[in-house]
Write a protein that binds this ligand. Sequence first.
Ligand SMILES: Cc1cc2nc3c(=O)[nH]c(=O)nc-3n(C[C@H](O)[C@H](O)[C@H](O)COP(=O)(O)OP(=O)(O)OC[C@H]3O[C@@H](n4cnc5c(N)ncnc54)[C@H](O)[C@@H]3O)c2cc1C
Length: 502
Amino acid sequence: MNTEKKQIVILGGGTAGWIAANLMAVHWKDKFDITLVESPNIGTIGVGEGSTPPLRGFFSAIGVPESEWMNECQATYKVGITFKDWSVKSGFDHYFHPFLSQPDEFSAPAFFHNSFLRRKGIDLEGHPDHFFLATELAKQKLAPIAPPNFPFEINYGYHFDSGLLGKFLAKKAATKGVKHQLATVQDVTFDNQGNIKTLVTDNGEHIAADLFFDCTGFRGQLIQKALKVPYHSCAKSLFNDSAVVFATEQTGEPESQTISTALKYGWAWNIPLQNRIGNGYVFSSSFCDEDKAETEFREHLGLLDADTEARHIKFQVGRVEQHWAKNCLAIGLSQGFIEPLEATALDMVQETVVRFIEAYNQGEGTDKFRQDFNNRINARFDAIRDYIVCHYRISSRTDTDYWIANGNNQHISRSLHAILASWMAGNNITDELERQKLDAYFPNVSWNCLLTGKGIYPDPSQLKPGNDMAHKYKIEQLQRYIKGCALNFKSHSEQLKLLTTS
Ligand SMILES: Cc1cc2nc3c(=O)[nH]c(=O)nc-3n(C[C@H](O)[C@H](O)[C@H](O)COP(=O)(O)OP(=O)(O)OC[C@H]3O[C@@H](n4cnc5c(N)ncnc54)[C@H](O)[C@@H]3O)c2cc1C
């Protein structure tokens, strides 16, 4: 062992632990020795199969091309999410939330123009599905990889098998010098400043380090149990706390999108992998018990008579008050979780690690840097929370107590309240988003897609025709442009096959 190096111990070998291990090994291999300790008896959460575009940045940072990891993790490409049955407004029973790309710079102004004037009462096409390239790629099940003769930046994320991704990242971390130890931690010891000194395993071993990363999932073994950092629950604004999960067979051309379908007491995901489809129903146990949810979900999937075994998962929504406390950084589910509707959790893992490295490099753990870091991560959590809460608050479903309670929910943050008030007053919400710094995670265009996609517009009977200036963008022309751009992309399966040959 290099005695000049300090020690990092990462506790937990789920996706969060292994993402952290790889990033640390890349950025700090000369500064720290890194050991990941995980329990042989406590499993990982075993879900979390959709990502946002920044995951590409993670693989690039650790030097892993798609050809190396995607097949091994049964991964597919993702260009966005379709939301189905979240609204009962005519013409708005589904919409697509796209990952934006460079060609959208031409068509997005038309979206903003039309949707803004429609809110002012002009009868224009304001449904977001007409304006973005990713929507067309998803519709045609195309992969978002542009050929060299179409040299535009295309944004995308992935779907993957989370168990296989964990194994892949563990292997990668080992090649970067990360040590791996199997042990269950039962207790910790502290120094006289209240920092964690050692982890105490169930066979009495003491594991010492300078920095500890809590990646123990919902247990929050270090940040919550040992350091007793307070936890702020979001359960009053986000009711879901349970999921039932099934895999089904992948048949035919895989989708290049996640599909989220609202059901009676929550929503169901459909995540296409190379070899199977991941399905889960996220619901609220305050409105529906496990058996009822499983039956509704089986019905939805056409699996009522099948003997496929379901897995039930409980979760909590909220976050810790400080993600970095004393000499401990919480990463992943231990630091908090805003439910999986927009698949943002791994992005938060990545952001937490990268910002921590930045803050620590600058301030070596001094209070000011710790405080700034915590404020920044909290702001990100809260911005994501507001966006997700908005999905539920503006849903026009009233078919169950669950949807009525969501629609009437008064436990929404002041920031979300201000955005909704600004939207309802017919204003451009850009200023409000900037003022609240809420566009740092979901940009303006995402907020606009969410509100327009669910049909938060004046009643159609109040719309007026509008003049030529109002109608300056022609939907047919935009559609010709978007469909023309889409001609450059291969089918999803064809592109996936190229992974083996690249
Ligand atoms: C229903 C659901 C759907 C989700 N969907 C998505 C999604 O689509 N996209 C997304 O990005 N995220 C999603 N997530 C979140 C995602 O699953 C997690 O962020 C991700 O898997 C990381 O989990 P983790 O590593 O923090 O915790 P875990 O996977 O729970 O790992 C915890 C680790 O800690 C170890 N451990 C625990 N206690 C001890 C101890 N005392 N001693 C030693 N080791 C210990 C365990 O052995 C395990 O290795 C979803 C979550 C849920 C609940």
